[in-house]
Design a protein around this ligand. Structure first.
Ligand code: ZN
Length: 494
């Protein structure tokens, strides 16, 4: 046979390119094999919404080996058939900000449609230990960052738990200690941490130079820095604006990508200004993302540095706006002083509703819960954030469309994370080759039921959830003793 001429090769190449574009359509970036039957699970007649491609149409899905193998309008069959008629079939929700990482919390997450829950803000000091504690024991997928706060707690031998209460909060680090913290961050990233977590408000003695050094360590790995910024509220010089400037400048100087957590609880009525600053910095080429939770109250530990100083003045609230989680009571100056000595979780009703709506409507903003529940007590955001977004803000208040709402909890977090952890290229999407993490819900019924008084109430309207192809919520009920969740991590360097 005669060898092909250059022209013939070019024609063949163009032909293959055009063919691949045709195939790409219903199958994201993977080629679609028309696999016959023999699926583990098929999801039939659902309204499939895939925000990555803007697909919103009736499709059947064929799932095998934990992956989506087929997306089709044709009839298919499998060992288990899920009838999704009248329901929305969405990529499983990804929560970038979930502190509660135990069996109790994972149950509430999956009943809120979450298939991957990540502790990125605070993180951990020991990546390998964190993943091995959970391996094979979780309903949903999980992941963690290497955390500046837990590293500082460990290094300075602080007796605090979630947040420091002694030297890790209030002692300036020496040059040697800054080096050790940097090493800790680099070791974490070598072990596959999904970026670097910061709680600058919890570590007021960490100098701006120390933080810049941590950003430099992150930048070596192109690792995103997830930051609870240094100040909340409106009063200069320690305002949310100054605090945002600090981390935007650390990102600009170091080159590390930046993710600003729970923007509304830092900005309060200055949140629009913060969002404008982030959008402008992005327009100059910076890599910055931002999240909020869909609630008007914050929650943290009352004994932490967050409640040092004039919080009433800078947040524009008073003692009566605080709610003690253990009892549900509103606080006074006296009970505040008493509980601050004792320690524990407190809610602050401090974010105006119109600010919550404004922030959800901003196309840059990802929704993440910042959730944690302990023996049924906590802020409802850890239990109902995702159903609340889709029920209250999409259906009832029509702040954004359903497609846009789903975009903020599927493809947006996946794309934010896929550089540091390539496993996310297969999450947040419905397409051939993607992980079969799927949430199926009734768009007319979905709503949160968790309240500040009674947080431990499952969301309504989630009919089915699949994690890595395993049906873990079946006809609205959690299936017991299934642990298909996987640890999702970045590249592990030996
Ligand atoms: Zn925070």
């Amino acid at each position: 046979m005669k060898p092909y001429t250059l022209m013939q090769i070019q024609i063949i190449a163009v032909g293959l390119l055009l063919l691949s574009i045709v195939i790409l359509n219903d199958s994201c970036s993977r080629s679609s094999k028309e696999a016959g039957g023999d699926f583990d699970v098929v999801i039939l007649n659902g309204r499939v919404i895939n925000p990555e491609t803007s697909l919103d149409d009736i499709r059947n899905l064929g799932i095998k080996g934990g992956k989506i193998q087929l997306v089709t309008a044709k009839n298919i069959s499998g060992k288990k058939e899920v009838n999704a008629e009248g329901l929305v079939v969405s990529p499983g929700f990804i929560d970038m900000h979930q502190h509660g990482q135990d069996q109790e919390n994972y149950r509430y997450k999956v009943m809120d449609g979450v298939t991957t829950a990540l502790e990125l803000e605070m993180g951990t000091s020991d990546i390998d230990a964190w993943y091995s504690e959970r391996e094979g024991k979780t309903i949903i997928n999980h992941g963690v960052s290497i955390g500046h706060v837990p590293l500082r707690i460990e290094l300075m031998d602080d007796p605090g738990g979630f947040a420091p209460v002694a030297d890790a909060a209030y002692k300036e680090a020496s040059d040697e200690e800054i080096e050790l913290l940097k090493e800790g961050i680099e070791t974490g990233l070598e072990r596959g941490a999904i970026g670097v977590g910061f709680g600058l408000m919890y570590t007021p003695a960490a100098s701006k130079w120390e933080i810049l050094e941590m950003f430099r360590a992150a930048a070596k790995y192109n690792a995103p820095c997830y930051v609870h910024i240094r100040y909340a509220g409106l009063i200069e010089p320690n305002s949310c604006i100054a605090a945002l400037e600090e981390v935007i400048s650390a990102s600009a100087i170091s080159g590390a990508p930046l993710h600003v957590v729970h923007v509304t609880s830092m900005g309060f009525r200055f949140t629009p200004q913060m969002l404008q600053m982030i959008a402008k910095a992005r327009s100059h080429g910076m890599d910055i993302s931002v999240e909020c939770y869909p609630y008007t109250a914050t929650q943290t530990t009352i004994e932490s540095a967050v409640y040092d100083g004039d919080w009433r003045g800078s947040w524009g609230i008073d003692y009566g706006d605080l709610q003690w989680i253990a009892t549900g009571e509103r606080l006074t100056a006296e009970s505040f002083a008493k509980y601050r000595k004792m320690g524990g979780m407190v809610i602050a009703h401090s974010i105006p509703e119109e600010i919550v709506k404004f922030t959800i409507a901003d196309p840059l903003v990802i929704i993440a819960s910042d959730g944690t529940l302990t023996e049924g007590k906590g802020h409802p955001r850890g239990v109902g954030s995702f159903a609340r977004l889709l029920g209250k803000y999409v259906r009832e208040e029509k702040i954004i469309s359903l497609m846009e709402g789903l975009r903020k909890i599927t493809i947006m977090p996946a794309q934010r994370l896929e550089t540091i952890a390539p496993a996310f290229k297969n999450k947040g999407r419905i397409c051939v080759g993607a992980d079969a993490d799927i949430t199926i819900f009734d768009p007319d019924q979905i709503i949160d039921q968790a309240t500040y008084e009674e947080p431990a109430k499952y969301s309504k309207g989630i009919h089915y959830v699949l994690v890595n192809g395993v049906v873990v919520v079946d006809e609205g009920t959690l299936v017991e003793n299934l642990f298909p969740g996987k640890g999702v991590r970045g590249e592990v360097r030996e």
